[in-house]
Every structure is written in C-alpha cells, then in structure tokens.
Design a protein around this ligand. Structure first.
Ligand code: PEP
Ligand code: MN
Length: 362
C-alpha cells in the first residue's frame, strides 16, 4: 500500500543550521539537579534540544519508572532558566496532555509504543489540533509497515512536523549491538518518504558508549538529518541505561570528530545492505559454532559411556548410519549432499579423535 505523508519542512521546527542537529540528554530525568547540570553542560557545548525520559517503559517491573509530572515541573523551570528546548517520550493521551500543559517542545513515541496501533491512534487523537513536532521511534520488531502506520496515524490528525527515530530492532540472535540496526529498514523508510527527517539513536542501537561514534558516523554517511544521544553528568550511576550514556564532555568529542560528507555516495545503500547481510551471516555462524560445541560436548559424554561399557570408539554401523541419514536430511533442505558428506567426514574424524584422546587419558 503506498501513501504519501504531508510533512512540514524540517527547518520550520528545528534549527538545521547546525548539521547534524543533535538532541541529547539523560535517559531519565532523575532529579532536578541531575537534569539541570546535564542540561547546562549540554547547552555550553551547543546542544539546543535536551531529551529527558519522564515515564520510562521498563521491561520488568520493580525498577525506576520515571518521575512523571514532577519531572515536567523541573523541565519547565530549566527551560526558563537556560533557554533550551525539551523533548519527552509520550506513551498515552495522559502523557500528551501533561506535556502540552508544561510546554514541552518536541514529543517522541517510544519503540514499545509504536508496535501498538491502538496506542498510536489514541495518542494521535489526543494531539488533534496541536502542531507540536513529534518523532516516532521504530517499533521494537523489524516491521517497516508498523513504523509507517504510526507516522500515517499522526499525519492523519493533522500533525505535519513529524520525523522518525531509528533506534534498532530486537532480534532473537545475539549481535554485538543491544538492538540490531538493520539499516535497510530505515533506508527503505527514507526512500518511501524522502522528505521525512530521520534521526539515528546510536545509544539504544549500541547499548554501550564505545560504539556510539561509529554508528553516528554511519548514520551521517547515509544522510540522516539528526542524532539523539543519551548523556548524563554521571553515566556510571545513571538509574537507567547506565552503560550507554556519555558525559557532555565525551559528547562534545564525539560530535567534533564526526565528518559531514557533502554528497552521499551513490553506492552507500548497497554497502549497507551488504553490511546487514554480513551481520546476519556472523550471527548464523555464531549459532553454527554453538551447535558444534553442543555436538562435541555430547561426543565427550559418549566417550565416557564407551569407556564404562568397554566399547570401541569407531563403530562401522554408526558411521554408515550417520552418512545416510545426514544426506537424506540435507536433500530435504536443498543442500548439496556431497558437501554434507564431506562436512560429516570432517566432523566424524574430529569426533573420533576427541573420543580417542579422552580414552587415552584414562
Ligand atoms: C529511551 O529513549 O530512553 C527509550 C526508552 O527508548 P526506546 O523506546 O527506543 O526503547
Ligand atoms: Mn534509554
């Protein structure tokens, strides 16, 4: 289904003189002092929009879930004192009402909310008549339609100052990221809506401070308009997402090392696609090695059993059985049987070697 979004030009709601524009601030507003000092330092390094989590969607209950309305009061005070803008996450109409009441400048919708069309519809309806800018994070699952659907629902009630935040996706495989970037999904969104601003959230993609620079640079190489980076005056002791927050001083260094390329290289998309595929291969190979580890652990158990029962390591019947059944299974999976045969020869030889070593030790 193809649609069009009616999007206001980004420079009607964000100062785009500075490229890229950067939103930064703590994962959570923890106390007035923490928020004030962080915001002040951020302002001193040129950050004009501060992010602050006021209601925190935590995976498990029993952890810090945000200071709610109390934090909005701190924000209102800090906005007056420092003359900065604030962006806050909303997840329901009551959050929207409170944010509008306290004069929040930009809203964002979190990854766990974007997945639910009912929530998005309610939020959209509660924003009818407002022209507040709103950024929509990708849904936590890799589903481009859900992401587009949320943007459409907001656009349909008349919100035009809209943008997307790419914060990475939850995947069953372990990757080096907290949330796999799966760049292709964000690139596809940008190709469908070329004037939709896209902001990269390297903090949630990486889950650690160390990779933030690389992911930020990659996003800029792909032509993203902005970055949203979590920062905290004392990251180690943050009440949420401690590993991924940076101090304002480190942020300054990250920003000063970022290179803005005037022209996006034509083959960047291909490069990214290739990287996505390579990342998937890496994770499949990790699984493959894990499976081999499991197999060799079983082999050790068999060696012990054979030793107890006084059996020989090599048994012709089993050897033949392995070849026949594995070839049959691989035909069903469309794998080349001679390749599987070669592979099993290697596995079987290694397995006999390992069993013999175990028996010889005893
Ligand atoms: C956040 O920005 O702190 C947050 C909760 O992010 P996400 O919705 O991406 O998990
Ligand atoms: Mn966070």
């Amino acid at each position: 289904m193809s649609t069009n979004l009616n999007i206001a030009s980004i420079n009607t709601w964000i100062n785009t003189d500075k490229k890229p524009f950067i939103i930064s601030g703590p994962c959570s507003a923890e106390s007035y002092d923490q928020l004030y000092v962080t915001s002040k330092e951020l302002k001193s390094i040129g950050i004009e929009i501060i992010r602050a989590g006021v209601w925190k969607p935590r995976t498990r209950p029993g952890t810090f879930e945000g200071n709610g309305e109390k934090a909005l009061k701190w924000i209102k005070k800090i906005k007056n004192e420092l003359d900065v803008k604030f962006a806050v996450e909303v997840a329901n109409p009551n959050h929207v009402k409170l944010c509008l009441h306290y004069g929040i400048d930009i809203l964002w919708i979190g990854a766990r909310t974007t997945v639910n069309p009912f929530s998005i519809q309610e939020i959209a309806e509660s924003l009818q008549g407002s022209d507040i800018p709103i950024l929509v994070k990708n849904p936590i699952n890799p589903d481009l339609s859900l992401w587009i659907g949320a943007l459409e629902r907001l656009n349909k009630v008349g919100l035009k100052k809209i943008g997307a935040i790419h914060r990475g996706f939850s995947t069953p495989d372990k990757t080096k990221y907290r949330y796999a970037p799966m760049w292709k999904i964000a690139i596809d969104l940008k190709s469908s809506f070329p004037n939709l601003p896209i902001v990269c959230d390297p903090s949630h993609i990486c889950g650690n401070r160390e990779m933030i620079y690389d992911i930020s640079q990659k996003a800029l190489d792909l032509g993203y308009e902005g970055l949203i980076i979590e920062s905290h005056i004392d990251p180690e002791n943050a009440w949420s997402d401690a590993k991924q927050q940076v101090t304002p001083i480190s942020l300054k260094e990250i920003i000063s090392n970022l290179k803005i390329k005037k022209k996006i290289e034509k083959n960047q998309n291909h490069k990214i696609l290739l990287e996505d595929l390579r990342e998937s291969i890496d994770s499949v190979d990790k699984d493959l090695i894990g499976v081999l580890e499991k197999r060799f652990n079983l082999v050790k158990k068999i060696a012990e059993f054979k030793e107890n029962q006084d059996l020989t390591v090599f048994q012709v019947k089993r050897w033949n059985e392995i070849f026949e059944s594995r070839k049959k299974w691989s035909t069903k999976k469309n794998l080349d049987t001679s390749f599987i045969e070669e592979l099993y020869k290697l596995i079987h030889i290694a397995s006999i070697k390992s069993q013999t070593e175990i028996l010889n030790k005893k």
